[in-house]
Design a protein around this ligand. Structure first.
Ligand code: NAD
Length: 284
């Protein structure tokens, strides 16, 4: 039976630490602020934005929401980002993705000042992560690493397999495991012998976006299994990319969904916003 790594517990510790440091900053007259932009009325995006605002309030940050209508033009969105880039009260800027299809996501990501890019999506921050000289880490992969560290699991020399190669999860996840000296394989939709590759993993990260994709036959006995997926089943319940019931008895550690990687992502966003406030005040 695997030990559960609780994202609720680990993220609570991260948020506590951020809160304590935020209080110290406030005592010095610095009040960290995060601007969250949401365009249109996608219900999932609305839930994420509300959760981010709630987390800001809990740790003591100022949060400003910019809810723009669906028909917002590229020019209007870029003009708001430019204003926020120049607003000294705002340390972090986050534009909730996905954007409506008429907007150019790449241009929006590029427009956010790298110093305020708390999602770490800007090419400049992505490059810094690649060379291992960074201030911000992308929130979801950073959250997974925090969960691994919370259990004292060593990555060094381990066979690590990441399923998924997206820019926001799979690729940076592989890079962070590599920074910790893992031997990393990235799998994707065109990988051959996926089952065999996964079954050789000591540490297996699933970021596919397909419910119950990772089955017990893809998991080595005693593997550490981290499930990034968030999928909604027909019955309305949330489910990860890992078939939890069959994999759990075989793994040594496993993250649940919900209550696993999800809460970590927001906690790491708080950590990045704190870092942004420190950097912009010459404290890092
Ligand atoms: P994505 O769709 O951008 O990428 C999915 C990846 O899976 C692709 O690289 C693709 O090559 C790979 N893939 C698809 N089918 C495959 C197959 N049959 N075999 C092997 N690989 C295959 O998705 P994403 O943005 O990286 O997100 C992945 C999952 O993580 C989604 O469920 C998403 O909701 C979830 N997610 C969770 C958090 C969180 O906070 N927990 C954050 C971001 C994303």
């Amino acid at each position: 039976m695997a030990k559960l790594i609780s994202g609720k517990e680990v993220s609570a510790k991260v948020r506590e630490e951020v809160k304590a440091q935020c209080e110290q900053l406030k005592a010095r007259g610095i009040h960290p602020g995060l601007a969250v932009i949401i365009v249109g009325d996608d219900p999932a995006s609305r839930v994420y934005v509300n959760n981010k605002k709630k987390a800001c309030a809990e740790v003591g940050f100022i949060s400003e929401e910019y809810a723009l209508p669906q028909q917002t033009t590229q020019e209007e969105l870029l003009s708001l980002i430019n204003e926020l880039n120049n607003n000294p009260k705002i340390n972090g800027i986050l534009c909730q993705l996905p954007l409506p299809s008429h907007l150019d996501e790449k241009a929006v990501i590029n427009a956010i000042s790298p110093e305020k890019d708390v999602d770490a999506f800007h090419p400049s921050n992505v490059g810094k992560i690649m060379i291992g000289d960074y201030h911000f880490l992308p929130c979801t992969p950073a959250g997974v690493m925090e969960m691994i560290k919370s259990e004292g699991i060593e990555v060094k020399g381990k066979n690590c397999v990441v399923i998924g190669r997206s820019n926001i999860v799979g690729k940076p996840m592989a890079m962070l495991l590599l920074h910790e000296h893992g031997t990393v394989t990235i799998c994707h939709s065109r990988t051959k012998n996926l089952k065999e590759v996964c079954a050789a993993a000591d540490i297996l990260v699933a970021a596919v976006g397909k419910a119950k994709f990772v089955t017990a036959d893809m998991v080595k006995p005693g593997a550490v299994v981290l499930d990034v997926g968030i999928n909604r089943l027909e019955n309305g319940k949330l489910c990860g990319d890992v078939d939890f019931d069959s994999v759990e008895p075989k793994a040594s550690y496993i993250t649940p969904v919900p209550g696993g990687v999800g809460p970590m992502t927001i906690a790491m966003l708080m950590k990045n916003t704190l870092m942004a406030a420190k950097l912009q005040n010459g404290l890092e």
